[in-house]
Write a protein that binds this ligand. Structure first.
Ligand SMILES: C[S@@+](CC[C@H](N)C(=O)[O-])C[C@H]1O[C@@H](n2cnc3c(N)ncnc32)[C@H](O)[C@@H]1O
Length: 422
């Protein structure tokens, strides 16, 4: 704690001395660096330390990059490249890159593309040839043809599933995490899912059970089956290009109505089951004999009426399941922003930067352009104003964001039990 306070003091004095030493009019108001706000607090502090202290830990910095972005960007992203460490692999053709562009009204535009030497990344702020990205380490800021800054990095799995091509609605990542926890999935487990849909859940299950585990993914519709396989394959192949370790090839996509799969079930023991399909009660009599005693069947349902129908069917068919929990996962987004002081004739009013700049954005605005997907989302962590960077006494205003994600689902946890023999 004491060390942290010392760091903060150093940061405060360093930041005030750097601002007081500027003499030219253009230096009087330091220009805000767009991506600085997205750095961790420690990284921000490190940037403010004297060079010899900041250099500690930078010894393992990677060699200069093959391609050279403009000098200004190189200087700005230097510490990010250092922090990447020696396990970081430069972008290669064939893998996925996510480009983030800060926009007006506190929004971020996210563009997902598969890198190919001859392709270009299109955005409303100009184009960027993929060959300028290939060879760079993730975390670089590059400029488009119109001079707009794009932060390039690898997408996380939740970003990929939100941006990949969709057939049926996916299970949202916030719900998937809760389902994984409900089922208490471990590496090495065997899990059954129905239906495969667009393959979002399959990808998360694949990661959770790992290379020694197995996922059986049933799907009744051929088009959905192929889409899920394709999305899974694309993620795996992109992963392999950008990472040292392999993504496990542990999902068996099976084109079959789950209610006709009783014979398949005879040869497996399932650690858990997850159902995201219409009429999940049709699957229960088929899958429950293979689910281990005490195992969990998690069911994703769109509304509470479906939950009642499911539980009624469990009761009337005397299926050996106890309903342990029904949850709706809601996330409440918050805005935490430095206040801006507005001067009036006789009074002073404090407004958040958001009040001035933020318009309530729509829900995810998503466009797919050939091999490029675009996602526009509200920006929760607003960048700091110039005043906030140099003056630690600015007031902050914290409140729930104007825009809240509306998507909702009911996650039902059924536990298999062995009925008492009477
Ligand atoms: C909402 S989608 C699943 C989305 C998936 N969880 C994801 O994250 O991408 C429901 C899927 O269940 C499939 N389905 C419905 N009834 C089925 C059945 N009896 N057997 C197998 N699949 C079924 C549908 O065709 C559809 O693709």
């Amino acid at each position: 704690m004491r060390a942290w306070r010392a760091l903060r003091r150093t940061a405060a004095s360093s930041s005030s001395s750097s601002s007081s030493s500027s003499s030219s009019p253009s230096d009087a108001k330091p220009r805000r660096r767009a991506w600085e706000a997205s750095l961790s607090p420690l990284e921000r502090v490190r940037r403010l330390l004297p060079p010899e202290e900041a250099a500690v830990g930078a010894a393992a910095a990677p060699q200069p990059l093959q391609a050279s972005p403009d000098k200004e960007e190189e200087m700005e992203v230097g510490p990010m490249v250092e922090a990447a460490g020696r396990h970081s692999v430069p972008f290669r053709a064939g893998e996925l890159a996510l480009a983030e562009m800060r926009r007006k009204h506190n929004t971020t535009l996210k563009l997902l593309c598969r890198l190919a030497a001859e392709a270009v990344l299109n955005s409303s702020g100009g184009v960027l040839p993929h060959r300028d990205i290939i060879g760079q380490l993730p975390g670089q800021v590059l400029r488009t043809s119109e001079g707009k800054r794009l932060l390039l990095r690898r997408p996380s799995l939740d970003e990929y599933v939100l941006l990949m091509p969709r057939g049926p609605t996916i299970a949202y990542p916030k719900d998937i995490s809760a389902l994984l926890m409900m089922m208490d999935i471990h590496p090495g487990d065997t899990v059954l899912e129905t239906g495969s849909g667009s393959g979002a859940m399959s990808l998360f299950l694949s990661r959770a059970v790992g290379p020694k585990g197995r996922v059986l993914s049933y799907e009744i519709r051929e088009d959905h089956h192929h889409l899920a396989k394709k999305n899974y394959r694309h993620w795996r192949s992109a992963w392999e290009k950008g990472h040292v370790d392999e993504w496990p090839d542990n999902v068996e996509f099976i084109l079959k109505d789950i209610s006709t799969a009783a014979a398949d079930m005879k040869s497996v023991t399932l650690d858990a089951v997850v159902l995201d399909m219409l009429n999940p009660h049709c699957a229960l009599p088929v899958v429950h004999p293979s689910l281990k005693q005490g195992g969990v069947c998690a069911v994703y349902l769109a509304n509470i009426t479906q939950v009642i129908e499911l539980l009624d069917r469990v009761r009337s068919c005397k299926l050996p399941f106890l309903c342990e929990r029904i949850i709706e996962v809601t996330h409440r987004s918050w805005s935490v922003l430095p206040a801006k002081l507005k001067h009036y004739k006789s009074s002073q009013m404090v407004e958040t930067q958001e009040n001035i700049e933020e318009l309530p954005p729509n829900e995810y605005e998503e466009i797919h352009i050939q091999h490029q997907a675009v996602l526009k989302e509200s920006e929760y962590n607003e960048s700091l104003s110039d005043a906030a960077e140099t003056n630690h006494s600015v007031p902050y205003i914290a409140r729930p964001s104007h825009w809240q994600e509306a998507h909702s689902a009911f996650l039902t946890k059924l536990r298999k039990f062995r009925p008492l023999l009477s």
